[in-house]
Design a protein around this ligand. Sequence first.
Ligand code: HEM
Length: 343
Amino acid sequence: MKYVYSLGAVIALMLIAWFGSLIPGMQYFFGVAVPYLAIVIFLGGFAWKIWDWAKSPVPFSIQTTCGQAKSLDFIPHNRLEAPNTNTEVIARMALEILTFRSLFRHTKADVYAGPKLTYESAKWLWLFALIFHYSFLVIVIRHLRLFLEPVPAPIVWLDWADSLFEMGLPTLYLTDAGLLIGLLFLFARRLFTRPVRYMSLFNDYFPLFLLLAIGITGVLMRMVFRGGIDIAAIKAMGVGLVTFSPVVSPDISAIFYVHLFLVCALLIYFPFSKLMHLGGVFLSPTRNMRNNTREVRHVNPWNPDIKPHSYAAYEDEFREYMVEAGIPVEKELEPQKEAAEPA
Ligand code: HEM
């Protein structure tokens, strides 16, 4: 039942925007003030978080490896699993960021009668996570048409490619289906996989519901409440926002303000949530470091400057006193030179 609170929070946000935007004069608040505030918190919070991570000291090379490190020439080196050069690190990072490579290896633990514990291949999480993330990215890029005039050609092409399948009228974008299906799978996983359900908290469900609500209100605007959506007025507002000359039209329907308010809530929530993995993945020392610990001795730079003092040197320094105190020594005292005979 933990998800009920997250669902309740998202419904409360929707009601605030819906009824709030119906109050005369409040369109400026929901259409201009809240978006600017959200952008400032998002950018400031994002930068602060990145700065905080970037200044955390990483004195040792602590990359995660799962392959043979560079060693003697006749031992094959696994360049992607234990990268030794910057190029190899970049290749590994690119595969991780673009294809979620480590998630591809995710296994599902199950207990069978016996009891017998098994780890089985489970590619579903990887597949739906990939579908969701790419759909989200394409939707955000496509939305730039609401903020840019003229609309750059690549965005027009992307729009065209995304609606190629001509599902419904007006056309439902492929990425709209991808976003909603991906999110529903991620939610179902939390709900029906017992260990995952046990671990899931408010902050796991909240972003899922928030994104689902953004997606659903977006699709509703496009497919159902088309009549109440004056795209020209919304575009004037979007362009006004990015050119710092905001305008609001009284004719925009409440569902648009709900959509926009949820996006603002997402922006405000983002830097303080697990969604910051967007920036964090680049700063993960287990991924972005070279596995060169056999080649380079990594010395902690803030170790105190202690001069080495070997036992041999110690004994040289204190031998006389040690002998005097009856402590065994490794090297005997040099015999005392005979005192010179007086002339
Ligand atoms: C996290 C960011 C956002 C997400 C994930 C999102 C998601 C969506 C989705 C899935 C749709 C359905 C149609 C489509 O895919 O184009 C949509 C439509 C729409 N969104 Fe967003 N949206 C976001 C941000 C915004 C913002 C900031 C605005 C403010 C201008 C906005 C305004 C609209 C409008 C006006 C439509 C209807 C477009 C149409 O009828 O073709 N969205 N949104």
